[in-house]
Design a protein around this ligand. Structure first.
Ligand SMILES: Nc1ncnc2c1ncn2[C@@H]1O[C@@H]2COP(=O)(O)O[C@H]2[C@H]1O
Length: 897
């Protein structure tokens, strides 16, 4: 017989006769729930179906393929799999298993591509029916077919119905703003719950005194329903493990939240009251009304084995039900239950008891049935904060893909709320039936915003990529940001900056943007920065299909890149235009922006940047090849160049500088090199000129200071001549003979003051002129020079000449003050000079020239000057007092405040 039906099925449908059809339909009649179909339908299936006998591990179809067949499982089992994203290389999620009787592939009715992949788990026997044949059978037996599909879903837990995951992963979720505790939290019940439902219903039906009856309510006939109170009574009687009514109610609620049971009008969660409930299979009246003895025995056995599982689920089901109620409907006892639950949530552990109590009344339970659902998109407005209770989610970032997977207990979605910025990532559910707790923005702002944890860490691929720290609010400070960046990977910091510190929504700033613009060279070379900006700007080029939301996001991001460029060149000025990669990028941007209508508002910004760039390039061309000469001994820095004053002239890396290099016997050579020349080259050239016939490895370039101190240059150091200290001299020497180096006599320093009668000059006028001069020097210093100086010029290969000159000016001023005083032999003149210098410091301070003020005060604090007690005694006490104030001001202990 077995062989006969297979032989019949092996025939081509057009070759089958009535006997074949009878043999096949007999076989189908033994398969529950197919057997429920009328004979005519079974005959039709028998005439058009194909038999497939498959090995383990065969893929029947893949997600995304266009379906052609419907299937029924006659033997063996299969697995339904789902990939969270098409490009996701990670293991797929198993949605459910299909066993004998299951049917699948109904999506062909809707001409939809397959949502999931189906693979055989064991050797399998399948009935395969072509699309047009299945449609005919479906049309004639819609209700029964639907019922078979539902039963199949209940039995298998999920999946084989019409498009269980019909919504594509890119669709927006049904994020229920107001979840309804009367409705199920999953799309279809788990296999355990559906079987438990079947078992309880079978027993209820078998019980002659059962409460499950057909009833007439308000003139309407309702099949097989029962009041909550009676269902509770029945369950209490059924098993000794159920002791209290609350426990029984929890167990029924566990069935209700999975959709196995429901309130007849779908208006109530399970309540131990007279509300009527029924099993889902009774809603359309298709389920049978009687239980066979076999069924009853099987149900009894199942209940004996598995009721404890339902029992354990009760309390959680009750809690979830409460968490889906609106705040005003939660009773004090229910709030207490929630509060106790919140005590166990790690994401809330830093919060005080009173805050957790406040949260109890507003925190909401939310569940999502389908893996692949997008909770929200990167760039969306932030509306809620979430804690993951069950399941997992992928954190996906444009251009990067999945950067992290969050699991039970993790929280997300806070960043947008605390910074009033758009969502920094898209959150995609990785599993079916994810459970979340949600706190909406208005409550978050009211309850949590000011008590948030001090540190917030973002991870990508298991590593911290951004650490934010809460900003302590200072008086008068109106930063829009609650958190500022403490550390991070350069790329993540750039991404965070583009997302939060640029764009229209930013109403106030913290120093992060300026800090990044001015210091990125320390951790992110310009070439890398430009590369990343270009990637952000072109993020649409490898992104074929775009939804309008995607497009809006992309355009927004492009605008941010343009704004970043504008702010960057404004902050770093010529340093940006000195880099060829930056100039190329600016030109590319300008071309692309002009060609893109959606970026028309950005045209004026990029033109402005282009104009600045052109101006700078013209200026550079005019001033190329400047020549500088270090002033000879004792002369002031204003004689540094050929010009009498620096008049805002910037020293550039390719400007030449003329300087001397000495050797041990004090003979010297004069060299002329661009400022960016390395110490190694200078050393080799000087050794050659001074005929020190030694290899470069045996030689060093060294500064000898006036006190005999020596400091050796690294071969890759640049900006050498300007970095010499006041009265320092450059020597080239054999490494082993450093001890033989002595300062030149001229380095001893001046023995006389300058030959000007300072008394005839107005102190205010001197201070004024000094300030103008200092300002010019200061103006020429680029912020980057401070970084090169601090982190080591050799790391960057960049000159610090403008900063060197400015520092030299400070030292010069300081030593000039001391020299003038100690070289004035007349007491009377010295007293006058001391008074004049204190006044000079006061005027400099008044002109806000703190550089000169500090230098003068330090010059006056020189031990050689302080020792002149008689001179100090002769100046009026108000000058002495003023000087004491100045000394206090320069003391580092008070941080110069
Ligand atoms: N590496 C990451 N980059 C950005 N967001 C992340 C990252 N890891 C986790 N997230 C979370 O993803 C959320 C997306 O929305 P928010 O920007 O509000 O807050 C974000 C963080 O809570």
């Amino acid at each position: 017989m077995a062989m006969e039906w297979i032989t019949a099925m092996d025939k081509r449908p057009c070759d089958r006769n009535l006997r074949d059809a009878e043999l096949i339909s007999c076989r189908l009649r033994r398969v529950e729930p197919l057997c429920r179909l009328p004979s005519s339908a079974l005959q039709q299936l028998a005439m058009c179906g194909f038999y497939e006998d498959l090995e383990k591990g065969v893929t029947l179809f893949r997600a995304g393929e266009q379906g052609r067949f419907w299937y029924a499982v006659l033997g063996g089992s299969l697995e339904v799999r789902y990939h969270a994203s098409e490009t996701d290389a990670k293991a797929p999620v198993t949605l459910c298993n299909l066993s004998v009787g299951a049917t699948f592939g109904e999506s062909i009715l809707h001409e939809l591509p397959r949502d999931s992949t189906v693979v055989t788990k064991t050797t399998c026997e399948l009935l395969r029916v072509e699309q047009q044949d299945f449609r005919l059978i479906w049309e004639k037996n819609k209700e029964l077919m639907n019922d078979i599909i539902t039963t199949c879903k209940l039995k298998n837990g999920f999946g084989s119905g019409v498009s269980p995951i019909a919504s594509s992963p890119t669709k927006r979720p049904l994020s229920p703003d107001h979840p309804n505790p009367a409705l199920p939290i999953s799309e279809s019940p788990s296999s355990t719950m559906s079987r438990m439902g079947w078992a309880l219903r079978t027993l209820l039906i078998a019980d002659s005194s059962s409460c499950l009856k057909d009833r007439k309510v308000a003139g309407k006939f309702i099949r097989k329903c029962a009041p909550g109170t009676e269902l509770v009574d029945w369950l209490l009687n059924l098993s000794s493990i159920v002791h209290t009514r609350a426990q029984a109610a929890g167990m029924w609620q566990a069935l209700l939240e999975e959709g196995v049971l429901s309130h007849v009008n779908k208006e109530q969660p399970f309540k131990d009251k007279c509300f009527l409930y029924r099993f889902r299979v009774d809603e359309d009246g298709s389920a049978g009304s009687y239980s066979t003895t076999e069924d009853t025995n099987a149900a009894n056995e199942y209940v004996r084995e598995s009721l404890s599982t339902l029992f354990q689920r009760g309390p959680d089901a009750i809690l979830r039900m409460i968490l889906r109620k609106p705040s005003h409907e939660r009773t004090p006892e229910e709030l207490e239950l929630i509060f106790e639950e919140l005590l166990h949530i790690t994401a809330l552990s830093h919060l005080s008891t009173s805050i957790k109590r406040e949260l109890s009344s507003i925190i909401v339970f939310e569940s999502h049935a389908q893996a692949g659902t997008i909770l929200f998109n990167q760039g969306d407005e932030g509306r809620s904060w979430y804690i993951l209770l069950k399941g997992s989610v992928d954190v996906v970032i444009h251009g990067k893909g999945t950067v992290a997977t969050l699991k039970n207990g993790d929280d997300f979605g806070k960043l947008a709320l605390i910074n009033d910025a758009p969502r920094a990532a898209t959150i995609v559910l990785k599993e079916n039936n994810c459970h979340l707790l949600r706190v909406d923005k208005e409550h978050f702002n009211r309850i949590l915003r000011d008590v948030e944890a001090n540190t917030l860490r973002l991870q990508e691929h298991g590593k911290d990529v951004l650490v934010l720290e809460r900003v302590a609010k200072q008086r008068g400070q109106h930063s829009a940001f609650k958190y500022t960046v403490m550390s991070g990977t350069p790329s993540k910091m750039l991404e965070h900056l583009l997302e939060t510190r640029l764009g229209n929504q930013v109403s106030g700033l913290d120093p992060f943007l300026d800090d990044f613009l001015l210091t990125h060279i320390v951790f992110m070379p310009v070439v890398q920065l430009v590369d990343e900006l270009a990637n952000y700007f072109h993020c649409d080029s490898n992104n074929g299909s775009q939804t309008p939301e995607d497009r809006e996001y992309i355009i927004n991001f492009k605008k941010r890149v343009v704004q970043f460029m504008q702010k960057w060149v404004t902050a770093v000025r010529h340093a940006a235009f000195d880099e060829p990669s930056v100039c190329d990028f600016i030109e590319d941007l300008a071309t692309e922006i002009e060609a893109d209508q959606e970026l028309s508002e950005e045209t004026s910004i990029i033109h402005n940047v282009l104009t600045q760039m052109t101006r700078y390039q013209e200026d550079r061309n005019q001033n190329t090849g400047q020549k500088w000469k270090l002033p000879p001994n004792g002369q002031p820095i204003c004689l540094f160049s050929g010009n009498a004053t620096p008049s805002k002239t910037i020293i550039r890396p390719d400007d030449d500088i003329i300087f001397r290099v000495y050797c041990a016997d004090h003979t010297y050579c004069t060299l002329r090199f661009p400022l960016h020349t390395t110490a190694g080259i200078i050393k080799a050239c000087a050794a050659d000129k001074l005929q020190l016939n030694r290899g470069p490895d045996d030689l060093v370039l060294i500064e000898v200071k006036s006190n005999g101190e020596r400091s050796v240059y690294k071969d890759n150091d640049v900006s050498i001549p300007t970095s010499l200290s006041l009265n320092g001299r450059l020597f080239v020497s054999v490494k082993d003979h450093l001890d033989a180096l002595t300062p030149l006599p001229e380095q001893e320093g001046p023995t006389e003051g300058i030959d000007i009668d300072l008394e005839i000059l107005s102190t205010k006028e001197i201070a004024y002129q000094m300030t103008l001069f200092d300002w010019d020097l200061f103006w020429a210093v680029h912020e980057y020079e401070l970084l090169y100086q601090t982190f080591g010029r050799h790391h960057f290969g960049k000159i610090t000449a403008n900063l060197d000159v400015f520092l030299r000016r400070f030292n010069e001023l300081q030593f000039w003050i001391a020299t003038e005083i100690v070289t004035t032999s007349s007491m009377c003149k010295r007293v006058g000079l001391l008074r004049k210098f204190i006044k000079l410091a006061a005027y400099c301070k008044e002109y806000q020239n703190l550089n000169a003020f500090f230098a003068i005060t330090m010059g006056l604090s020189n031990m050689a000057v302080l020792r002149l007690t008689q001179t100090w005694e002769k100046i009026p006490s108000k000058f002495r007092k003023l000087f004491q104030e100045f000394e206090a001001l320069i003391a580092p202990s008070r941080n110069h405040t």
